[in-house]
Write a protein of this length. Structure first.
Length: 270
């Protein structure tokens, strides 16, 4: 689940580039690395699995005491997680995946990137079969509604109403949000794809209260009906309307200046 960009950075760490070209922590600083509480717990998870300090995967699994398990769980909860078991499974899974591509990877280097690039979406691959089926449906519905909103924009004349904003949080080193996966925003409707700690996807949305003033009665009714159908579908338990608690028009303008958000003007239908 970790992108090629992250692997490239770790690779550059093992084979240092000239200082002026390097954008990661220099090797000299690595020797003074002191793990954060979260990183320390992840290191413990790897040790319990049988990974030694050099990154070798051994048969010498370490079975923690009950007190050690409780301490690890407490630290994970302090970090903000409610579900602790998945973090251990994910840490081991991510390490094994990265190790297969970088044989020289050791736990200390791994935990640095695991913490910095953590996102709930990484747990999707560990989700239950039931959750995976639900995730497939949510993904399909999210893409369908997003395309539907673009289609509506194509019928509108003003450029402002045909402006859409997109952001993928999983490509931005979690961007201060472990929960949000994607956002798709138009002047009249906001969509968000989310993921919890168990790797289960959900969708939230908000419709501009002035919807029909902006896009007309006919298109407004059609869009509202689309969400009503979603509320009665098999994924209804994972779709929720969330209030914005702000003036939509002002918020939409503010979002456009945020760094890394992709802004596009939908082409008008001929």
């Amino acid at each position: 689940m970790i992108g090629n960009r992250i692997y490239k950075k770790i690779h550059n760490w093992f084979i240092p580039m000239p200082e002026q070209e390097c954008d990661v922590v220099p090797v000299s600083q690595y020797h003074y690395f002191s793990p954060s509480p979260f990183q320390k717990v992840v290191l413990d998870y790897l040790t319990w699995f049988g990974v030694d300090t050099k990154g070798n995967i051994t048969r010498n699994r370490v079975y923690p005491t009950h007190i050690e398990i409780l301490k690890a769980q407490s630290k994970i909860r302090e970090y903000g997680f409610k579900t602790v078991g998945f973090i251990e499974k994910l840490a081991v899974s991510e390490f094994l995946e990265m190790k297969s591509k970088m044989p020289e990877l050791d736990p200390a280097r791994f935990v640095y990137y695991f913490e910095g690039c953590y996102h709930n979406f990484k747990a999707v691959k560990l989700a239950s079969i039931e959750a995976q089926k639900s995730n497939d449906l949510i993904n399909t519905q999210y893409d369908s509604i997003k395309n539907f909103l673009i289609e509506i924009q194509g019928f509108l004349k003003p450029n402002d109403l045909r402006t859409r904003i997109e952001f993928t949080f999983t490509e931005a080193n979690n961007w201060n949000s472990f929960f949000r996966v994607q956002e798709f925003i138009t002047p009249f409707c906001k969509l968000a794809l989310n993921c919890n700690e168990l790797g289960r996807l959900s969708m939230t949305y908000f419709i501009n209260p002035h919807l029909k003033e902006l896009i007309g009665e006919s298109l407004g009714d059609t869009l509202e009906k689309r969400f009503e159908e979603l509320a009665n579908s098999e994924v209804k338990d994972f779709v929720k309307e969330l209030p914005l608690n702000r003036r939509y028009d002002k918020w939409f303008k503010e979002v456009q200046v945020l760094e890394k958000y992709k802004i596009t003007v939908t082409e008008r239908n001929s």
